[in-house]
Each structure stands twice: as structure tokens, then as C-alpha cells.
Design a protein around this ligand. Structure first.
Ligand code: C5P
Length: 307
């Protein structure tokens, strides 16, 4: 029987991204406020023919072809690594799998696209191994522990909502939801930025601040207040590597964004708007100029099985 398992996981923006100096483990300690958006990766999983190994098919119709084509479909894909690691953790052989990924999150864009794929795959594998091999389903905490070995943003993509991320970003403390919905325009770049390159540039600039208490965010009372509290320590590094990004920020704020800022390590610019209609209007303007502009709202649920 070839049951189809469907799972999805959200994109993230960092409302706050405070970054400390490089530590001995090769990572930077962070103090991050994550928000999940309803821009989701959809993943489907079916058993492959015996001996066929893992096949990955990636597609999407809202991102430039350059994004879709840059996603590896071999053992370099994080979803492939997730399948291997998950089976290993359960002491089972890696199953033969056919995996389909519908990408909506900009690739190498600072919005956790690869991590969302891994999070969706963890949820899908949890179900697949239960159905096919009778394994006990793991809890979200257990999935997050496996996810942390795959990438720093994977645990947040499992939890979704709004959360503080510490350590290298993988230690998640869920927060109460914001009292209002947030509406975003995401201006993606044709070319991605490598996360390690941006962190390296951050080290070169050498401008780390202190960590603040992020618990107060659950009490913000307006979109304007939220916008005024957004910060990203990696933004100067992303601007230094891609100087045109700062013009995009200025432009979006000129077009009515409450706040526009580099998302995570960039280069996607996340612009916060007072309303969904306003975000969509501005997206229409940018698209007519040939730019890649997506809209999304938050907060959104974490990785889940979809029927
Ligand atoms: O954890 P992830 O695989 O996403 O990290 C990719 C790279 O980004 C790391 O190898 C590291 O160079 C950099 N990074 C970092 N500090 C973090 C997260 C990532 O320096 N907190």
C-alpha cells in the first residue's frame, strides 16, 4: 500500500536578531525573536520502490526559477539528511522514499526555507515510520532535538508561532501570541546569501551589542510599536555584502511599510505593514517592476501533518 503523507512547515522572520561574538564551537550565540509566517513549504512522502533509495523532486510556481533550480535534489538536500538521521535515531534502515517539495520560501533567503523542509520532513518521517515500521511517534521535543542536529532554525520551524531562540538559535522558548495579526511583504533577491558568509562578515565588522529581554514582545499593543522594536544585528553585514539591499529597505519604507528590515542573514527584506491590503498593493507595484515580492501573515502554526 502506498500511502501519501503530507506535511507542511512555515517560513520565519526574526523580529529581533541579536548576535554575540563567534564562540569556540564555530557558531555565534544569538538572542532571537522568531515569528512564523503562513508562507509554507508543502512536502509529500511516499514509499519508493524497494532499492530505489531517496528521490527528491522540487518545484514551485511563485519563486524565480533560479531559486527552484538552486535546490539540490541529492544527498546535499537537508530533507535527504533528515531521512537518514531520523532512521538512524530509530535504529532502522533508511527507507526508500519519494519526496516532493513544493517550495514557497525564498531559497538561501534568510527565511529558513531549508529548515522548514527539514521540519516538515521530521513530522512526515515520524508518521511514515510509525505506519510502516510500527515505531512509537516521537514528541515535538524529541523531534526538535533531532532537528537541532540538522540546522539551528529547524526546531523553531517545528514549533512555529512566536518564540525566543537562544544558544545558536535552536533552544526554543514559545511565547504567547502577539495581540494582533502581522502582515508582511517579502522582497526576495534573485541571488541568495550564504549564512556562514554573512556571519563571517558580521565578525569582520565586529559590532556586537548586548542581549535584551524579549519577553516584553508579547505585550506590544500596536503594529507601529512592533516595528519600532525590530532589530537585526546581521543587517549591516548583509548590506555590506549586497549594498543594493539598503535601497530596497528605504524604498519599502517610502512606499508605506511600518518597518522594513533584512530577514535573518538575508538577503530577503521583510517589510511590516498595517494591513494585508497595503502589503498586497505595494507587492503589486514591485512585481510590475520585475521584482520578486511575496506577501504573508503571521503568526502561523509550526510543522504539521496535512490531510
Ligand atoms: O545551523 P545552520 O546549519 O543553519 O548554520 C549554518 C552556518 O551558519 C554555521 O555553520 C555557522 O557558520 C553559521 N551560524 C553561526 N551562528 C549561528 C547559526 C549559524 O555562526 N547561531
Amino acid at each position: 500500500m502506498n500511502r501519501i503523507i503530507r506535511a507542511s512547515a512555515p517560513a520565519k522572520v526574526n523580529l529581533v536578531f541579536e548576535v554575540g561574538p563567534l564562540a569556540d564551537d564555530g557558531y555565534h550565540p544569538v538572542n532571537s525573536l522568531f515569528l512564523a509566517l503562513d508562507l509554507r513549504e508543502d512536502l509529500t512522502l511516499v514509499a519508493g520502490e524497494p532499492g530505489s533509495g531517496i528521490s527528491i523532486y522540487v518545484h514551485g510556481d511563485t519563486l524565480p526559477e533560479s531559486h527552484i533550480n538552486s535546490v539540490p535534489t541529492d544527498h546535499h538536500n537537508l530533507v535527504y539528511k533528515t531521512a537518514i538521521l531520523f532512521a538512524q535515531k530509530l535504529n532502522k534502515p533508511t527507507p526508500d522514499l519519494q519526496i516532493d517539495i513544493h517550495k514557497r520560501i525564498p531559497v538561501a533567503g534568510g527565511m529558513a526555507g531549508g529548515s522548514a523542509d527539514a521540519a516538515a520532513m521530521l513530522v512526515a518521517m515520524n508518521e511514515f515510520m510509525h505506519q510502516e515500521h510500527g515505531t512509537t511517534r516521537l514528541s515535538i521535543e524529541e523531534l526538535a532535538a533531532i532537528g537541532a542536529e540538522l540546522g539551528s532554525d529547524v526546531p523553531f520551524c517545528l514549533y512555529g508561532g512566536m518564540a525566543i531562540g537562544t544558544g545558536r538559535g535552536q533552544i526554543i522558548q514559545p511565547l504567547d501570541a502577539l495581540p494582533m495579526e502581522t502582515h508582511w511583504l517579502l522582497c526576495a533577491s534573485g541571488k541568495g546569501l550564504s549564512t556562514p558568509t554573512v556571519f563571517h562578515e558580521f565578525d569582520e565588522i565586529g559590532n556586537h551589542g548586548s542581549f535584551s529581554d524579549l519577553n516584553s514582545f508579547a505585550q506590544v499593543s500596536s503594529i507601529a510599536e512592533l516595528g519600532s522594536k525590530m532589530t537585526n544585528d546581521l543587517e549591516p553585514a548583509a548590506f555590506s555584502l549586497m549594498p543594493a539591499l539598503s535601497d530596497v529597505v528605504t524604498r519599502l519604507e517610502g512606499l508605506g511599510a511600518v518597518r522594513a528590515m533584512v530577514s535573518g542573514s538575508g538577503p530577503t527584506i521583510a517589510a511590516l505593514f498595517e494591513s494585508k491590503a497595503k502589503a498586497e498593493d505595494v507587492a503589486t507595484v514591485l512585481i510590475s517592476e520585475g521584482l520578486v515580492a511575496l506577501t504573508a501573515s503571521g503568526l502561523a502554526a509550526g510543522a504539521r501533518l496535512d490531510s
